[in-house]
Design a protein around this ligand. Structure first.
Ligand code: SF4
Length: 202
């Protein structure tokens, strides 16, 4: 599979903020093809090219993991479906807890035994694939004009999921204030502030 980078850091986003994880960033993203608005502010555009990084086997990747929790991210990691399934089972067989972060445009392959699934739907449509399956957390990127009903509609599709609201990257004017106002008005939601960037970490 194509791997852009593997590194250790604190999880900076969402429910698991502050927890040390090994991050495995896979190459390839479908956001430009499916018209996601995050292409304007993506902080990992180097991950879009499916031929970026280098080829690694699941066993090679597993040998680079040194923390109890692994976050498999991208790009869009579900583009590497069958190989991803093998990677997840290899990591779990080695004792790791495996988290996945996806943009929500693709279904989870059958047999993907994950410990945590964060779906981060993107503007403008904030759509989540109907066949995505398990969702533990919905992490919504907040633009200054995002309305509560959009988040409520997303949350209603997966009532078991926790909801995190994260201001648009780059501190777009008004997005942080809007995220705070939404959370204060809906206290079962929570604010996600990209802790790693605030701390100057990767
Ligand atoms: S889905 Fe993620 S990696 Fe792809 S363009 Fe959007 S923010 Fe960047």
């Amino acid at each position: 599979m194509r791997v852009l980078e593997i590194f250790n850091s604190l999880q900076g986003e969402g429910v698991w903020s502050g927890v040390p994880m090994t991050f495995v960033r896979l190459a390839g993203c479908n956001a430009p093809q499916v018209g996601l608005g995050c292409v304007r502010w993506c902080d990992t555009p180097g991950s879009w090219d499916p031929s970026a990084g280098r080829a690694m086997s699941p066993a090679e990747i597993a040998r680079r993991v040194s923390l109890p929790r692994v976050c498999v991210t991208g790009g869009e990691p579900l583009l590497q479906g069958e190989e991803l399934r093998v990677l997840v089972s290899t990591l779990r067989a080695g004792g790791a807890r495996v988290h996945l972060e996806t943009n929500g445009t693709l279904p989870l392959p059958a047999g993907l035994a994950l410990d945590w699934v964060t779906v981060s739907p993107k503007p403008p449509a904030y759509t989540v694939s109907a066949g995505i399956g398990r969702v533990d957390e919905i992490k919504v990127v907040v633009q200054k004009d995002l309305q509560a009903d959009v988040v409520q509609a997303l949350a209603a599709t997966h009532p078991e999921a926790l909801v995190s609201l994260q201001p648009e990257a780059g501190e777009a004017p008004g997005s942080t204030l809007q995220a705070i106002e939404l959370v204060m008005a809906h206290p079962h939601w929570r604010l996600s502030l990209q802790l790693h960037k605030l701390l100057g970490l990767r």
